[in-house]
Design a protein around this ligand. Sequence first.
Ligand code: GAF
Length: 384
Amino acid sequence: MISKQQIEERYTTVFGYAPVHVIRSPGRINIIGEHTDYNEGFVLPTAIDKAIYVGVGKRDDDIIRLYAEDFKAYFEIPISEIQPVEQGWPNYVLGVVHQLQLRGAMLRGFDMYIDGDVPLGAGLSSSAALECAAGFALNVLFDLEIGRVDIAKIGQQAEHTYAGVKCGIMDQFASVMSKADHVVKLDCRDLSFSYKPLELGDYAILLLNTNVKHSLASSAYNDRRASCEEGVRLVQQQFPEVKSLRDMTLDMLESHVKPVDMDVYVKCRFVVEENERLNSACEALEQGDLETVGRQMFRAHEGLSKEYEVSCRELDFLVDYVKSFPEVIGARMMGGGFGGCTINLVKKSFQDLLVDRLAPIYQKQFDLELTAIKVIPSNGTELL
Ligand code: GAF
């Protein structure tokens, strides 16, 4: 947790005057429903108690000045000259500025200080959190009157255009719209959603961070999306009413995709089945049947690893290892894949013991540290 006062003080040290607003925008977890969002399916995420914090203030000119505490790095650009930049991190703010400009927003120069406690590259959506923090900050700073869902959409578009990842809406939506102690069941087709209480009883959500991020993550993500679109295109030749994998049955895939492209078939089948797993897990959650939720998580991991092929050795190792303990009722890789965290449903009293046992084995196997992160489902983006 970082306080408003800490951000105000650090902003003042960097820019020489106090910020007008301080915004907190959280990272996210997802219980189940992976790679379903860009296929107009369902997801079940929530925000966590780890967030990006930004302080923001107006300038009298048209310069954007940014400071990222994590990198101890400044960045400066005239607002009329913004474009994607090599440094990487400024793109999450510049992309949002660009989207606001496309929507006709009259922006002037501003200073923005960026800090946070979302572990970077851990698959907890620090980039979406920054996009949403920036969107929310500029909205209040320039009185743009943009609604929360539109802030999420702007963040998603920024990711497409300035970061080059054709992501779905899950991460930005979770960052902006989540409610403490609940998960959000989001229909990614029409963005209708409902909050479900996350009642875990004796269990807790424990994240295990592999501390790896394999470099093919962005390109493989876009490739998977292309495979899904190809599957839809093949089925549409017979069933024009099919708009996305959301509308697809396994029979349609079997008859119209499998004979043409086996790999596309397997990828599409994973997505169709992942939506089914999500619906089953969601019903089970409503009935307090955590064992079923956990079983669906294990199955989801199997599919993500063997069929959708977005896992990696480190993630597979962690999921396999925890399976042998009755105190762990579900586990899977989370997010886009190729590194980051596993999400585990673990008996509260067993969490520390599990990490104590697993960390040295993981270290020995991969020469990497294993980090455990206990998370609390939290509220979405807010003005502090
Ligand atoms: C990443 C993306 F940003 C999300 O939109 C989602 O597709 C996820 O991977 C996989 O479910 O986090």
